[in-house]
Design a protein around this ligand. Sequence first.
Ligand code: LLP
Length: 431
Amino acid sequence: MSEFFTYEEGELFAEKLAIARIARTVGTPFYLYSAAALGARYRRFCEAFAAERPLVAFAVKANSNLAVLSLFAELGAGADVTSEGELARALAAGMPPDRILFSGVGKTKRELAAALDAGILQINVESAPELEALSAIAEERGEAAPVALRVNPDIDPRTHAKIATGGREHKFGIPWREAISLYRRAVELPGIRPVGLAVHIGSQVVEIDPFRRAFERMAELVKALRQDRLPIERVDLGGGIGIRYKDERPLDLEAYAALVREIFLRERLDFAFEPGRFLCGPAGLLVARVVYVKESGERRIIILDAAMNDLMRPALYGAWHEMLPIRLSSLDAPPPPADVVGPVCETGDTFAEGRRLPPLAAGDLVAFTAAGAYGAVMSSTYNSRLLVPEVLVSGERFAVIRARRTYEELLRLDAVPSWLSEAARQAATAS
Ligand code: LLP
């Protein structure tokens, strides 16, 4: 909960709007983002680094809705993209190319060319073959690609195994011991203009120590490059700052900023960051409706109209999202703990097990909190369920920023070949 999502007379509001009212217009389930909350998160990040004035490149993968990206663009943010599609979104949202970074371990030649076409600030190269490929493409175009080498610092970020990226066992980055020699190679290669180093150790990191160890390693590399008189103007310190889902004590942003200052004190450098979750996670909710409450033996099961295809984090990472009733009940006797599930035909379609919740009955609305990051972007149409709408609230206004799809649209994505009947006949007799 935050100042942007509050109860007024027992009704949950997003800024100045009753969420139940939006649900009546839009139907459920839907994602809801607070523009004021997004702005406040961004401002908070910038204020922590007021002296450095870094490039704050929003990690588009966390929430790629064009309205959200446009809002960040208006606020002055840049973008960290990891695919041609995300690049297209960032540009369409009005992000200036000179505030765009391109990360990712498997950028194709086509994607590298798209980055050069757009004239973005920096391409974060993650391997020697990628560096060679980019060199060839840029040289042929008579250009010099601005490159940072993404370093793998071999640090355990102490987060969920599926979102840790900074260890030597992970696919990401260039082993830190090889970074200097590859940087030297980058200086020599045609079509490459080395501008710096990048690092990203993982996501939902809640301790400061892994950042300390990774950044110290980066600072050592910067020193070594400068001793070798190799040009370096920028360090990109990635994203990864954790937020509170349950009872985590997320690291203090001011302490994180102080750490960066302390470690890079002696180096004259520009800074870039790639925060995703920190900027948008707490600013979003997933609103759903209770379809049934089922008593199954000893167990109480609350079945929602949202499912794992809409919010995948609980199924994929065992993630915990707080659930709030949209209307507080006047009953004061708390019901027994319940499992909260979706309608998808998988046991994994479970949002919570044995969760203590306020009284809920069929028809009631609930909101999953901290769903603004890695929610809508990770949804799918599994079980032929439609992608759900996204709504942006600002004060007393709201707008649907992605409409609910229709079944016609869903079915139109497939095509049945004209020779299908013949193929079926042949298949029926094939041995
Ligand atoms: N930069 C790079 C290179 C990244 O790979 C990521 C996230 C970020 C920045 C942004 O990280 P953030 O500040 O949001 O932690 N789906 C997962 C999270 C995957 C994160 C992948 N990379 C989840 O729902 O927890």
